[in-house]
Each structure stands twice: as C-alpha cells, then as structure tokens.
Design a protein around this ligand. Structure first.
Ligand code: SF4
Length: 686
C-alpha cells in the first residue's frame, strides 16, 4: 500500500491528507492530496497542505543525539538528561525544572510529558506554545461555561446565515475553513462580516468590514449588546432559563453606545439583528491581547444573551492556531490545568495521583510561558526541556528569551530540525520524528480527533517524542509508569483517564476508546467528541448547569510613551508557518512573500518619510529591526503591521518578536502580541 490517510501538520483546521509515497518510501517523494472523506476538509487543502511533500526531505534534519557539539548515542544522551534533571531537582526542588512544549506534539506525546512533569517530577511547570495562541479563549470558556468547551463545529459554518470573523484573517490563516465559508455564501447566501483594524485579504472579501480601532473589540461588542437590548433582540426567555447575569450587568452597559464606534456599526447591528443563525469566529486578533479573555467573554456574552448557542448554525467559535492545540488542552499541556480538564482541588489532585500511582503529583499550577522564561532568566528555573518549538523566535520580547536560555544551566531541545535559533542554545539536542514519520492523534478546532500516521522511515536515529520522554522518565527511576510498548497503549491510558475528567462530553466519547486493540487504533476514523451531547439539554458545566454572562470593561492602552507613537501589530503570511523551520524549505511557499514587510498607512508614511518599497527601521523599547515598507490604506492610521515568521537564521532583519512586548492577559497569561508602542524612521541604504 503506498497511500496513507493522515492529518496535515499545520493549522488547527486539521485537514485530512492522503500521502502517496509510491513504491519506495525511503526515496521520500510524497504526492499529497486532500482526503475526500475527512470531515474537516472533504478533500480540500490550502497551499501549505498541498506543498507538504516539499518539507519531508532529510535536509536540515537532526538525525542523532548531540551533547554540545559532540554526537552521542541515545543511551548516553538519555542518561545525561535524566541525571541532570534528577540532580537539579534533588538540589533545588521540583520547581527548578520546566518543560516548554508545543501544539505540534501529538496528544500521546503531550500526555507522557505532562505525566512526567506533573505526576512524577511533581511540578506544574509544563506549559505549551499554545499559551501564545488560544489560552484566552480557554479562560473565556471556563468563565462562561464552567469548562473549556467549544460549542460550535464546522458544520455550523455550513448552516449559518451570518458569519462574523473577529481578529481572524481566515482566508490566510485557516484557508480551508475560509473555503467552507465561501461555499456557504454561494450555497445559501451566508453574509460575512470581518471585524478587524486592518483591511486584511479576508476583510476585502467580506460583505461588511468593520474597521475597529486597535483593540476596539470590547467596546464594539458591549455596544452591540446594548443595541440588541434596546431593540428588544435579547432572548429574555433563553437568558432566564440558561444564564446567570451578574448584578448591574445591563446597567453597566449604559454609555456603551456613546463610545467612539466605527462607521459601520449601524450596518453591523442590522445584520446581527436579522440573522439568528450566526456564528462568531474569533482567533488571534482577539486572543493575543492583554484583555484577550475579556474579548472572548464579550463575544460569548452576545451569543448567550441572544440565545445563539447550542443550536444549528449558531455560536461563538474560537479557532485554534496549531494542529494539536486542542489535544494539548485535553491532556493538560497548559500549566494552569492538571490533566483532562481537571484543576488543582484536593479531590482532583488525589484522583489523578491515584490513577497515575504518583504520590508526588503537583497540587498547584505551574508557570505560564512568559513567567516560565522570566524564571529561567532569573535563575529560579535551572533546567528546561523545550520540545518541538522555537521560543527564541516565537515568544514576545524574544531577545530576553534568548538571553534567558544563554544563561540557563541546562537546556535540552528535542526537535526534528537540527539548526533552529533555540537549538543553537541547547546543551543537548535530541532528534525527534517529523511529520510523516510519527504516529498518534491530534484534535482540531472543532474537537475532531484524527490520526497522524507514519508513512516514511525515521530520519536517522530520530525517535517518537513520547518514547524519548518515557525513556528519560525510566532513567530517572519512574520506569514502571512509563513502560508503554506502543503509541496505542499511551492512547489507551489517556482515554481511560478521561473518566476522571470534569468534561462529561470528553468522558462519553473518549473512554469508549480505552479498550481499542492496536489494529483498531491504527484504523481509527476521525471522530468528534461532544457531538452527541446536546448542550442545551445537558446544560453547561457549572453545578447549576447555567452559563455565566461576564462583566467586561473597555481596555486601557499599554505602552503609551510618546517616543513610540505608533501601535505595532503582528501576524502571519498565507504561505508560512510559525518560524519557517519547515515551510521555509519549500521554494513555492517562499515565493509568496520572500521577505517580511512593514505595512503602514499612506498618511503615516508621508509624515515619517517612508516610501513604498523603501527601507524603514521599526523600534520599540526592546530593540529595532529594518524592514521593507509596504504603503497601504488597508493599514489603519497610527498602526503598523509586520509578520512573525522570520528568524535570526533566515534574515538580517524582520524579527518582529524581538520587538513585541511581554505584557500578558492577567486571567489567561496569553501575551498581547498585537499591541505595543513603536516608532518608525526611513533608512537610506549605504
Ligand atoms: Fe493544513 Fe490548515 Fe491548510 Fe488544512 S487549512 S491544509 S490544516 S494548513
């Protein structure tokens, strides 16, 4: 058999892919097509997915363990990592070590890493780069629903009459979801609204672009709710039956309509009032804010108040960025949860400790990403293991993160690539299997669990992440609890554990998988958990089964130093993924945008002497970088935009996260990547 059904390596849409290796898999010539029977994409792929075959070669791969620059064997490297972690813990305690993991890991990898850190090392210090993309949505769900549950599926997009996209350049960042939205528009006349300060490629295609001020989402959604209340469009019966409303909530909206609202507000309000089948998709533009959780709740408030949730074609929908951000949430990859959506109450900790037979199970949350690297910087964390991610480029204030890793006593990086900005700072590098070599499951934005399957031989000595972690755990003396013989046995243990979950919906759909034989696991078809449990019949997850409307207040600006008069916003390009370690290998993908640009409004360009195609230096309190300018009226006045992909290894400029601020949302810990003060000046080439 030369064709393998698997799941795309990139975004949270989670498209099914057919990989055809021909007769000789070792040649690594892979033809890629969309899986017509996968429920997420029905055969569609975007350009990144289509070009996956360009990224599976051996170029740039880490193919053996290294201690420093010396090639080591697995046994030596494993024992060295285990001993250094064990010695550090013995001398400084469990909170002196940390794991920083990734939404690129498979659910089974996540499960094993989480079990080792939280159960056996006994610290909550495991956090994931998903903290950077959707932690605010998780916190908003918890506050509104009593659990982290996404109440919408892609099928709802097909059935909606109005789709409102907030802070989401869907056409570029979740292209196959965009294709589904366009199909709904064609088939049933679905209206599309984009709420975004920029006229993105998505906004340009919408029926209505609501160009809000930078961070104007909360005032807009408060005003919409006040307007709907005034028009009698709030579903009072639904609210009485399903929601708790804080005292003074409606009174608190007085004045919301008097705020500085965008021109398109009246048109937006008319569209919202006219279309009960309304889905609001929100993504990084909402989440990556120092008030990201409030933004999520402002959106959810509108849906709850209008009874537009738990019904076909209606609900608030947080799209995840990464292929397995959702799987990481389920197994506890965030420092703020224990595992399987459990928290840190005495009962929850003791249930987990008993299940794992791990008396050391931690009883308090660990450090979230930004705080974790601060603790590395100031020496509280002395050993860190970074898995499948590149924080030296992707974290805000990335120069600080580099400095922290340079100072750290012991840095382990397990990755499929040999030379990333972060790997250069590692004391030990461990080669991990890449996409096409590894085996396990991922969960997409709509909670669809799909298999990623291996169809290529391992690159050199690379091993599965779960196996690397389990071997280190065994070398630390925890072998009995980490002795799985296959990835299927890790999956069975994880799904058995979901019986402990606070998530009844997760329990229902995953514990029945706990008895799967290996061959059944291999053949497992995509399935979505939570689908068979109607939200409005079974209720929300607070003890009273009611949802909560949450008071949110407008946002105060951060970094208002007049020396940095512009607001810097960052984001993605269509054809690149994260820090380009893989998409940078495809010449076709690089052609779309061969360099990072800074986008600026013509009036600002004129006042700062910037010309279209000329060079400009952007500065923030953390540093500066030089980029080519694109002058466009799609960029709001007073703001500039640059992409986040480029790294020190790829270019002498464009490293936008050396400039971004490490301010975080106080509820979710998610950084506000999309807003910091910045200055710009023209640069004349020598
Ligand atoms: Fe892959 Fe996302 Fe593109 Fe689908 S939309 S092919 S999951 S990158």
């Amino acid at each position: 058999m030369t064709k393998t059904a698997t799941t795309c390596a990139y975004c949270g849409v989670g498209c099914g892919v057919i990989a055809d290796t021909g007769e000789n898999a070792a040649a690594r010539h892979v033809a890629i097509s969309g899986d017509k029977v996968h429920p997420a994409n029905h055969g569609r792929l975007c350009v990144k997915g289509t070009m996956l075959g360009d990224t599976v070669g051996l170029e740039g791969r880490l193919t053996a363990p290294f201690i420093g620059n010396r090639r080591a064997n697995w046994d030596e490297a494993t024992r060295f990592v285990a001993k250094t972690f064990a010695d550090t813990i013995a001398e400084h305690g469990p909170d002196s070590v940390a794991f920083y993991v990734s939404g690129q890991l498979l659910t089974e990898d996540y499960y094993v890493a989480n079990k080792l850190m939280k159960g056996f090392i006994g610290s909550g210090n495991i956090d994931t780069n998903s903290r950077l993309c959707m932690a605010s949505a998780v916190a908003a769900h918890n506050r509104a629903f009593g659990e982290d549950f996404v109440p919408v599926t892609y099928d709802d997009l097909d059935e909606a009459d109005l789709i409102v996209l907030v802070g989401s350049n869907t056409a570029w960042c979740h292209p196959v979801v965009w294709q589904r939205i366009e199909k709904a528009r064609k088939d049933r006349g679905t209206k599309i609204v984009v709420i975004d300060p920029r006229r993105t490629e998505t906004a340009a295609e919408a029926d209505l672009h609501v160009a809000i001020a930078h961070d104007g989402d909360i005032p807009l959604f408060r005003a919409l709710l006040a307007e709907m209340k005034g028009r009698g469009e709030v579903d009072e019966g639904f609210v009485a039956q399903h929601c708790n409303v804080p005292d003074g909530f409606w009174h608190g909206l007085n004045g919301a309509l008097g705020e500085d609202l965008p021109e398109a507000f009246a048109a937006l309000a008319d569209m919202v009032a006219a279309h009960p089948r309304m889905v609001t998709v929100f993504s990084q533009g909402a989440n990556q804010s120092v008030r990201g959780t409030d933004k999520g709740n402002a959106i959810i408030n509108l849906h709850l108040a209008m009874g537009r949730i738990g019904k076909a074609g209606a609900g608030p929908f947080s799209m995840t960025g990464q292929p397995n951000a959702m799987g990481g949430r389920e197994v506890g990859g965030l420092a703020s949860t224990l595992t399987c959506h459990l928290g840190f109450s005495e009962d929850e900790v003791s249930a987990v400790a008993e299940f794992w037979q791990a008396p050391a199970t931690c009883s308090t949350p660990g450090l979230k990403a930004v705080d974790m690297f601060r603790a590395v910087h100031d020496g509280r964390i002395k050993a860190i293991w970074i898995m499948a991610t590149n924080p030296a480029v992707s974290m805000p204030d990335a120069g600080f993160v580099r400095e922290a890793l340079e100072k750290c006593d012991f840095v382990v990086v397990s990755d499929c690539m040999a030379d990333t900005d972060t790997a250069r700072l590692a004391h030990v590098r461990l080669p991990a299997l890449g996409w096409g070599e590894k085996d396990g499951t991922v969960t997409n934005s709509e909670r669809m669990v799909s298999r990623q399957r291996a169809f290529l031989p391992a690159a050199g000595e690379a091993r599965a992440d779960w196996k690397i972690i389990a071997d280190v755990a065994a070398a630390m003396g925890f072998g009995d609890a980490f002795g799985w013989q296959s990835v299927a046995s890790v999956f069975r243990e994880y799904t058995a554990m979901t019986l402990l979950s606070k998530q009844r919906r997760l329990q229902l759909d995953l514990t029945d998988k706990a008895q799967l034989r290996d061959d059944e696991y291999d053949a497992m078809e995509p399935f979505r958990w939570g689908g068979a449990d109607p939200l409005l019949e079974t209720g929300f997850s607070f003890p009273d089964r009611r949802a909560r409307l949450i008071d949110v207040a407008p946002l105060a600006a951060v970094e208002t130093d007049p020396a940095f008069p512009l607001r810097l916003n960052t984001g993605r390009y269509r054809d690149q993924w994260h820090t380009m370690t893989r998409t940078g290998l495809s010449a076709r993908l690089v052609r779309h945008r061969s360099e990072p640009l800074v986008e600026i409004h013509p009036a600002d360009a004129e006042s700062f002497g910037i010309t279209d195609g000329g060079l400009a230096r952007i500065s923030t309190p953390r540093g500066s970088t030089v980029l080519r300018a694109k002058v466009t009226d799609g960029q709001a006045r007073g703001t500039i935009f640059s992409p986040m992909h480029w790294t020190d290894l790829l270019s002498s400029g464009g490293r936008s996260n050396r400039l971004t601020a490490p301010h975080v949302d106080p509820v979710s810990g998610q950084p506000g990547f999309k807003d910091c003060g910045a200055a710009i000046e023209a640069v004349t080439p020598d």
